[in-house]
Design a protein around this ligand. Structure first.
Ligand SMILES: *[C@@H]1O[C@H](CO)[C@@H](O)[C@H](O)[C@H]1NC(C)=O
Ligand SMILES: *[C@@H]1O[C@H](CO)[C@@H](O)[C@H](O)[C@H]1NC(C)=O
Ligand SMILES: *[C@@H]1O[C@H](CO)[C@@H](O)[C@H](O)[C@H]1NC(C)=O
Ligand SMILES: *[C@@H]1O[C@H](CO)[C@@H](O)[C@H](O)[C@H]1NC(C)=O
Length: 324
């Protein structure tokens, strides 16, 4: 388990430590990663975002989500979203935005993305530029990539659009984003499937209205069973959860090999499709769980944050199922 230096800090008279974390995702998963990065900025230190939109882009509207924030970036008013961010921070609904300024963010928007038009990713870039110095943001727009999690060797051709939304663009998004966020890292090694577990996610996401799966997945290098490690949250895209496509994203994101070599725990939270409100099993970035979906109190937000802070108390890991 990930141990925190709670006792040590206690001796120094400091308050209980919280666990720093980073997040990444594709599409709706990227949008959830942005939400976590912005709302929990006191603990979130960076994000890797593929085909994402700015924070609160949908403004609680499924229509805005599927228009401006998906295929018409020119309709997105970045300044208004930055202002919303600052207002929510002032109101105490999200952490102080000054925390965002010290983050590192890696942004990727494919030139051939047929789902989330690259114009949306450019607005995401503009949004972060208003909160973070340019040199802490790495934005990639020149790849002829369609909508997918991007890898150096796994998945469909780079231009392809289709399930399971993992494309081989001979570009290791996992490594590039983790190096952008954490700085120099040891080269990735082969992942060890024995370190890929399922854990009872429902115990950490108390509100069943969150629509999350009973089990989540976690890649935990052996070293991290007894020692403090970095924590990364990897958020699947729509129609990319375990229930729908199996462990393909969990196995093939490329993140696990970097995690193994660098003592990073990767949590793969899982959200389920729900009839009517969320038929594609997307993370909530438009409001189907409530109007506070992008704030710290949002039930998916609070649940995932809880996971990042509770790793040391997860005792009931089980070997990953159906890995082949
Ligand atoms: C993205 O939107 C622009 C402007 O509407 C359009 O010209 C371009 O073809 C779109 N990209 C893709 C891959 O559909
Ligand atoms: C930024 O990302 C690109 C690939 O997306 C990579 O080639 C480049 O080295 C990165 N730059 C930095 C400073 O991390
Ligand atoms: C966080 O996880 C604990 C179990 O470790 C659970 O008791 C609590 O209800 C969870 N909180 C939320 C907001 O889901
Ligand atoms: C669970 O979440 C729903 C939707 O946000 C909310 O209405 C309900 O009060 C929550 N239940 C509990 C026990 O917090």
């Amino acid at each position: 388990m990930v141990k925190k230096f709670v006792f040590f800090l206690g001796l120094l008279g400091l308050s209980l430590s919280s666990q720093a974390f980073t997040a990444s995702g594709l599409g709706a998963g990227a949008n959830m990663a942005v939400q976590l990065n912005i709302a929990f900025s006191a603990d979130s230190v960076g994000a890797g975002l593929i085909a994402g939109a700015p924070y609160y882009c949908a403004q609680g509207s499924a229509v805005t989500a599927s228009t401006a924030c998906t295929n018409a970036g020119y309709l997105i008013n970045t300044d208004a979203l930055v202002q919303y961010t600052k207002d929510q921070a002032s109101a105490g609904n999200i952490d102080n935005v000054v925390n965002v300024a010290t983050d590192h963010v890696w942004i990727f928007a494919g030139a051939k993305d047929e789902v989330v038009n690259q114009s949306v990713g450019r607005k995401l870039y503009a949004y972060y530029q208003s909160l973070i110095d340019n040199h802490r943001i790495n934005a990639t727009f020149d790849q002829q990539a369609n909508f997918a999690w991007i890898t150096s060797s796994e998945g469909n051709p780079c231009w392809y659009y289709g399930t399971p939304y993992i494309n081989n663009c001979q570009l290791d998004a996992a490594g590039l984003m983790l190096k952008s966020i954490y700085g120099t890292l040891q080269p990735a090694v082969t992942q060890n499937f024995a370190n890929l577990y399922q854990f009872p996610q429902h115990e950490f996401v108390s509100n069943s209205s969150a629509g999350m799966d009973t089990f989540g997945w976690i890649y935990q290098p052996a070293y991290c069973i007894e020692n403090a490690c970095k924590v990364h949250v990897a958020l699947h895209g729509c129609n990319q959860n375990y229930d729908t496509v199996g462990a393909v994203f969990i196995k093939n994101s490329g993140l696990n090999g970097w995690a193994e070599a660098n003592n990073i725990v990767v949590i793969y939270p899982q959200v389920l499709p729900q009839s009517q409100v969320n038929t594609d099993g997307c993370w909530d970035w438009w409001g189907y769980t409530g109007p506070n979906y992008a704030l710290k109190s949002g039930i998916q937000m609070a649940g995932i944050y809880n996971l990042t802070q509770s790793l040391g108390t997860i005792t009931s890991f089980r070997p990953g199922q159906n890995l082949n």
